[in-house]
Design a protein around this ligand. Structure first.
Ligand code: ASP
Ligand code: MG
Length: 436
C-alpha cells in the first residue's frame, strides 16, 4: 500500500469518526407553512453539509391536530377511538410528505415514513399509547443509501396492526424513542422557543436562557407547568440517557441541553423558577380529630377522580383539626361541593375555598448540597410582604402557594435573590465609563 493510500484511509477514518447521527424533530409552528417547511429543509441540509446523518421527525402543521379533533367533535359525540387515531394521525403525514418533497427538490434525497413504516410498535391503546419497541431496519436501510428519512411523529402501530397515537405533544416522544433506538449522538427538538429559561420571560423580564439543565430539573419544571417538551418524552430520554437538546427553529441559538451528570457541587442553588395559576385551594376546619379524618375528607375527592396536589393538616389545641389541599382550578367547584357535604357528615366548623391562588416553585439540584435555601426563599417573600399559605418540598424543589395577585412580584424577587437575573452590562457599557 502506497503512502497516499494510507493517508487516504486515515482521512476516511477521521471523517467517519467525526460523522454524527442527529435526530431533528420539528414542531407544529416549525412546519406551520410551506415557507417554514423550506426552512426546515435548509436546517437539515446544513447538518448534512457538515458531514452528519439526520433522521427528521415532524409534527402536524400548527393548528392541524386541533382542526381534525374539531371535525370529529362536529361529527359525533363519542368517537370510535380506532377511527379517532386513524384521523388525527393524518396531520403528521401531510408534513412528512411535504418535508420529504422539499428536501428532495433541494438535491437531498429524502423519503417519508408513517409510524408503521418506521417500525414504531406501540401498546394496543388508542389516543395515548406508549412505544414498546422500534424496528429500525427501514430507517437504517435509508441512512445506508444516504436517503434522509422523514418520520411522522405522534403515531405508531399496535400488535394488532392498528394505527395508534401517543398523546398530545407525542411527536417529541417519537423523536426521543428513535434517538434511543438508533443510539443517536443527539436528539434535537426544534420548537418556537429558544430553549428552557430560568423563568417565563413574559413574567420575569430578567429571565435567562439556560445552556444546560439536568433531567431531574427538567422533569420538575415540566411537572410544574413549564411546557416545553412532552413530559413523557423527557422521562423516556432519561431512561435511555438520550442527549436531548431543545432549540428554536426561528433563531440560531444553541438552545438548552438536558444533561445527566450527577455532580451538584458547582451547580447554582436554584436553576429555575416555575409557576402556574392552575390550582385552587380548599380548607375544611374545626373537624373533631380522629386518626382517619384526613382520609375521610380526601376519599370522596379521589372517588370523583379529582387530583389533589398539596395537602396540609394541622391539629389545634382543642383536639380538632384543619385540612387544606389544592386541586386543579377546573375541579374547584366540584371539589368544594363534595367537601361541603363531607363537612356536614364530620360535624366540621366550616369550609372555605380560594381559586385566586398561584403556585410558585424554585427548582435546583444544587439544593441537595446546600442548606438555607428554604429560609432564603421565605425571607425574600416576607421582605416583599408576600404571605405563604402552603408549602411542599422535594429534594430539589420548594413549592409555595401564594395569593395570585403577588405572583409577578414574588417571582421577580426570587429570581433576583437566587442570582438568576441576566448579568449586569459589562464594563465597556458601564455608564460611568461612558460619561468620562
Ligand atoms: N400533532 C400532535 C399534537 O398537536 C402531536 C405533536 O405535535 O407532537 O398534539
Ligand atoms: Mg409539541
Amino acid at each position: 500500500m502506497g503512502f497516499s493510500a494510507i493517508i487516504f484511509l486515515f482521512l476516511t477514518l477521521l471523517w467517519l469518526l467525526s460523522m454524527a447521527l442527529y435526530i431533528q424533530k420539528f414542531g407544529g409552528t416549525s412546519v406551520g407553512s410551506i415557507e417554514r417547511i423550506q426552512h426546515v429543509a435548509d436546517t437539515v441540509i446544513k447538518t448534512k453539509q457538515a458531514g452528519h446523518q439526520v433522521v427528521v421527525v415532524v409534527s402536524a402543521m400548527s393548528g392541524e391536530t386541533d382542526r381534525l379533533i374539531g371535525l370529529i367533535n362536529q361529527a359525533v359525540d363519542a368517537p370510535n377511538l380506532r377511527e379517532y387515531d386513524v384521523l388525527v394521525s393524518t396531520g403528521e403525514q401531510v408534513s412528512m410528505a411535504l418535508t420529504a418533497m422539499c428536501l428532495s427538490a433541494k438535491g437531498y434525497p429524502a423519503r417519508s415514513y408513517t409510524g408503521a413504516q418506521a417500525g414504531i410498535k406501540t401498546e394496543s391503546i388508542h389516543q395515548k399509547a406508549h412505544i414498546n419497541d422500534i424496528d429500525v431496519a427501514s430507517l437504517k436501510a435509508a441512512l445506508a443509501q444516504d436517503i434522509i428519512p422523514v418520520v411522522a411523529g405522534f403515531q405508531g402501530l399496535s400488535e394488532e396492526g392498528e394505527v395508534t397515537t401517543l398523546g398530545r405533544g407525542g411527536s417529541d416522544t417519537t423523536a426521543v424513542a428513535i434517538a434511543a433506538a438508533l443510539k443517536a449522538d443527539e436528539c434535537q427538538i426544534y420548537t418556537d422557543v429558544d430553549g428552557v429559561y430560568t423563568a417565563d420571560p413574559r413574567v420575569v423580564p430578567a429571565a435567562r436562557l439556560l445552556p444546560t439543565i439536568t433531567l431531574e430539573e427538567m422533569l420538575e419544571m415540566a411537572g410544574l407547568g413549564a411546557k416545553v417538551l412532552q413530559n413523557r418524552s423527557v422521562r423516556y430520554a432519561g431512561r435511555f440517557k438520550v442527549p436531548l437538546r431543545v432549540l428554536s427553529s426561528f433563531s440560531n441559538n444553541p438552545g438548552t441541553l438536558i444533561t445527566y451528570e450527577e455532580s451538584t457541587m458547582e451547580k447554582p442553588l436554584v436553576s429555575g423558577i416555575a409557576f402556574n395559576r392552575s390550582e385552587a385551594k380548599i380548607s375544611i376546619f374545626g373537624v373533631p380529630f380522629k386518626p382517619d379524618v384526613t382520609a375521610k375528607i380526601l376519599q370522596p375527592i379521589a372517588d370523583a377522580h379529582i387530583d389533589i396536589d398539596m395537602i396540609l393538616q394541622n391539629t389545634t389545641q382543642d383536639n380538632s383539626c384543619d385540612v387544606t389541599f389544592t386541586v386543579n382550578r377546573e375541579d374547584y367547584r366540584r371539589a368544594l361541593a363534595i367537601v361541603e357535604t363531607t363537612a356536614k357528615e364530620l360535624a366540621a366548623r366550616g369550609v372555605s375555598g380560594d381559586n385566586k391562588i398561584a403556585k410558585l416553585s424554585i427548582v435546583g439540584v444544587g439544593m441537595r448540597a446546600h442548606t438555607g435555601v428554604a429560609n432564603k426563599m421565605f425571607t425574600t417573600l416576607a421582605e416583599e410582604g408576600v404571605t405563604v399559605q402552603l408549602i411542599t418540598t422535594s429534594e430539589i424543589k420548594i413549592s409555595v402557594v401564594i395569593d395570585e395577585k403577588y405572583l409577578e412580584l414574588a417571582a421577580r424577587a426570587l429570581h433576583t435573590a437566587f442570582d438568576l437575573d441576566v448579568s449586569e452590562p459589562t464594563e465597556e457599557f458601564d455608564p460611568v465609563v461612558i460619561k468620562k
